[in-house]
Structure formats: structure tokens, C-alpha cells
Design a protein. Structure first.
Length: 443
């Protein structure tokens, strides 16, 4: 209990320090902005006075009548007379945007990282995949050593990591504290908590599972979605979880494998529920990861078991499957998972497709947050690609974070090699890191 209290105080202290730092940075930004505006108006004022004085001097030398034409020989010049129209109005003087202190801080932190740390930060892994244990239920020397070798961006947990409430809280707290000591930064703790599929809720912890999404959708009441995810957000925050892989945004068709995890087969109902779910857990500071773009409701089979393809055209998906994601983006969702399913007109899974990530998700839907892949240890990936190939392809396609590669060491080495040989640039890595730390360092 003492450890838990200390960790709670440490986390509160870090939050308070970040809050003070944000206030200080905001004050500095406002002062810089005020000084910049004063300088611009002062410069504009004296500039205009100079121009007006110059015009008066010329007018005193040349005062043509209404019908008089003044030629260049009379004035000894080009014949061009400055007029008030040549003076730039004050409200049209360009004003530079003030420097964002947070972005400066992020850029400085990223530039201080080694390439190895940068690349590792793009990975979300299980605790077992970096420690080598069969089932991780505590964070000790093995975890510290693993984090020292891989400065990963997040750790995702499953039900097998949970033995009791106290055990799981201590495991997460110790892991976060170790990472903070090593890198002076946050390490995201990630779970999937939906009501129908949960990591924490259940008999091991005594946390009551919320209604399944299917039940909430049947009620037709968006308030039920808000209350369910408000409750989920409350206990995730208590456990020290940062990111929830939910809600599910898919619109299931007949015989969909998603079952009660999806809100409804009616796209309008699903679209109405998503913002409420996002707002519910966001009210407790939990980062929402919408799952799983572009929508798995119509695929033939589960990508975990092999290739899963939808027969819908992209235009059909634009008028149905994309809509809940657009609603979630508008509600402020900061992260989206891209499925390992395959769409028609594509030969690669969506998680490795630049068309789906860069052209559609970012280009058409306007999503500027963090894109993560679905689990890359699913057979839809491993049946066709090595861990290294899949990781590099995902980053080339525009993904920011790699989720659960089948072989972490191989995927990590492949990305490092891709940067070394120019397949990926360090600037591309920094682009994703900027998105990640814009959220991490703003918390």
C-alpha cells in the first residue's frame, strides 16, 4: 500500500509539474505574442507616417489640376506618383504565428534521442515479448533490463497479466516508474476494455464489466454509451492505464465475428454512439483508440486466423463503414487502429497500405492523430510477411506505431536497417514521434 501511495503521489506530482510547466509556457507564449503585435503596430505606424510625409513632399512639388497630365520631363522622374492605394493597410500586415513552446520542447526532446531510441518508441509490445518470460505478472529487474534495451512507446496487456487488482496496479506503476527513471518520459500502458471484451473487468479484480456494446446499441440511448465509457475511464485511470483500444467502430454485417463487441448493424446507430463513448473515457483523461479502420463488419473471417477480405467497394464503405470513424475523429479521438483486413482493389492488408492510411484516413477523413497497426502477429500478416517486412511497410504506408510484431527484435532491427539504407528517412521517424509526443507531453 505504501508503494501504491508513493506511486500515486509521484504521478500526481508529475501531473502537477506538467500543469505548472504548461501554464508557464502559455504565459511566455502570450508575452511573446503581445510584444510581437506591439512591434508590428509600431513599425506600421512609423512606416505609414514616412509614406504620408513622402507623398506630401511630392504633392508640394507637383500639384496637377484635375485635367492636367504630368509627364516625366516635368518632374524629372518616371512619372509615377505614390498614392494612398500603394500603402498597405494595417490589417493586411502579415503577422507571424507565435512559437508554440510545447512544440519547441518536443523537438528538443526528439533531437536528444538516439536513433535506436527513436525507432523503439514506435513499437507497442507485450511485456512477454521483451522480457522473454512466459507470462508477465510483475515488473522487476527483468523488466528494467528489457526497457533499457528497448525504449518502446507502449506496452499492451492482456487478461493473463492480471491476477488481482493490487498485483496489476503495482505491475503497471513499477513499469511506468522504471521507464520514467530511464528516459524521463511517459510509457503508455494499454489495454482493451469494451464491456464485451475486457482485460481488467472480471472476477480477478472485482471490477464489474460494463454493458456490451451490442446491448447499448439496442437501447438506442447514446447516454448509455457515455455512462459505460465514463465508468471504464474511471477504473482505467485508477489502475494507471493511459490508452484504451476501444470503442469498436465497425458496422457488422451478417455472421460477423465481432458479435456483441459492435454497437449495431445500423450505421446510424453506431455513428451516434461513438462520440458518446469517446467523450466518456476522455473525461477521465483516457486516450481513445478507435478500432479498427476501415471497418471489419463485412469481412469474410477474422484477420487473426488468416487473410480477411471485404467485398464492399470503397465507395460503399465511404457511405457506411467510414462514418463512425469520422464521428469519432470529430469527437476528439487521438488514436486509430488500422485493421489487417484487405479491401478490394488492394493487394496488401490495410495496416500496410498507404492508400488506406495516408490517402484515405489522413487525406479524406482528415485524421491528424496517431495511427497504429492492428496486431502484426495475426496470421493475415505472418502468413505473407516477416516481422521486419511488415514493420517497414507499415511505416512506409504512414503508420506511426507498430503493434505486437511477431518478433520484436527482428522488426526493430529491420526498421533500423531501413533508415540506414535510405528506405526510411530519420525525418519520417521524427514525423511519427512528433505526433506521439504531442500527446504524451501535453498530458
Amino acid at each position: 500500500m505504501a508503494k501504491e501511495n508513493r506511486s500515486g503521489r509521484n504521478r500526481d506530482s508529475r501531473r502537477e509539474e506538467r500543469r505548472r510547466r504548461r501554464i508557464r509556457n502559455q504565459i511566455i507564449a502570450y508575452l511573446v505574442l503581445v510584444l510581437l503585435i506591439i512591434g508590428i503596430f509600431a513599425g506600421g505606424y512609423f512606416g505609414i507616417r514616412f509614406l504620408i510625409g513622402n507623398i506630401k513632399t511630392r504633392n508640394q512639388q507637383i500639384v496637377p489640376s484635375d485635367n492636367q497630365i504630368v509627364d516625366s520631363e516635368q518632374v524629372g522622374g518616371s512619372g509615377v506618383i505614390s498614392t494612398p492605394e500603394d500603402i498597405i493597410p494595417e490589417d493586411e500586415v502579415p503577422v507571424q504565428d507565435p512559437v508554440d513552446p510545447l512544440q519547441e520542447e518536443i523537438a528538443a526532446y526528439i533531437s536528444s534521442m538516439t536513433l535506436e531510441q527513436k525507432v523503439a518508441n514506435l513499437f507497442i509490445v507485450t511485456p512477454e515479448s521483451i522480457t522473454g518470460v512466459t507470462t508477465a505478472t510483475q515488473a522487476g529487474d527483468g523488466t528494467r533490463s528489457a526497457l533499457g534495451e528497448y525504449a518502446v512507446g507502449g506496452i499492451v496487456y492482456s487478461e493473463r497479466n492480471v491476477q488481482s487488482a493490487d498485483q496489476f496496479k503495482e505491475m503497471l506503476t513499477n513499469t511506468k516508474n522504471m521507464y520514467q527513471e530511464l528516459y524521463n518520459q511517459e510509457l503508455w500502458m494499454i489495454v482493451r476494455e469494451e464491456g464485451a471484451a475486457n482485460v481488467i473487468a472480471g472476477s480477478a479484480t472485482g471490477v464489474t464489466a460494463q454493458q456490451a456494446a451490442g446491448e447499448i446499441g439496442t437501447s438506442g440511448d447514446t447516454g448509455n454509451a457515455y455512462q459505460a465509457y465514463l465508468a471504464i475511464g474511471a477504473y482505467l485511470d485508477e489502475y494507471g492505464v493511459d490508452v484504451n483500444l476501444g470503442p469498436v467502430c465497425d458496422v457488422p454485417g451478417e455472421n460477423s465475428y465481432l458479435g456483441e463487441r459492435a454497437f449495431n448493424s445500423d450505421v446510424d446507430i453506431v455513428t451516434s454512439m461513438i462520440p458518446s463513448a469517446v467523450n466518456g473515457q476522455s473525461d477521465h483523461g483516457i486516450i481513445t483508440c478507435l478500432t479498427a479502420f476501415p471497418g471489419r463488419g463485412s469481412v469474410s473471417g477474422d484477420p487473426a486466423n488468416g487473410t480477411a477480405t471485404t467485398e464492399k467497394s470503397l465507395d460503399e464503405m465511404r457511405s457506411s463503414d467510414f462514418l463512425p470513424f469520422s464521428a469519432g475523429i470529430a469527437a476528439g479521438a487521438q488514436m486509430i487502429m488500422v485493421s489487417n483486413m484487405t479491401v478490394t482493389d488492394e493487394t496488401v492488408p490495410c495496416s500496410l497500405s498507404s492508400m488506406m492510411i495516408t490517402d484515405i484516413l489522413r487525406g479524406e477523413l482528415g485524421f491528424q492523430g496517431i495511427v497504429i497497426t492492428a496486431d502484426l502477429d495475426q496470421k493475415a500478416i505472418t502468413d505473407h510477411y516477416t516481422s521486419g517486412e511488415a514493420a517497414v511497410m507499415a511505416l512506409q504506408a504512414g503508420a506511426d506505431m507498430i503493434m505486437k510484431p511477431a518478433n520484436v527484435a527482428e522488426a526493430y532491427s529491420a526498421v533500423l536497417s531501413a533508415v540506414a539504407d535510405g528506405t526510411l528517412t530519420e525525418e519520417r521517424i521524427d514525423e511519427s514521434l512528433t505526433r506521439i509526443y504531442t500527446i504524451k507531453m501535453a498530458d
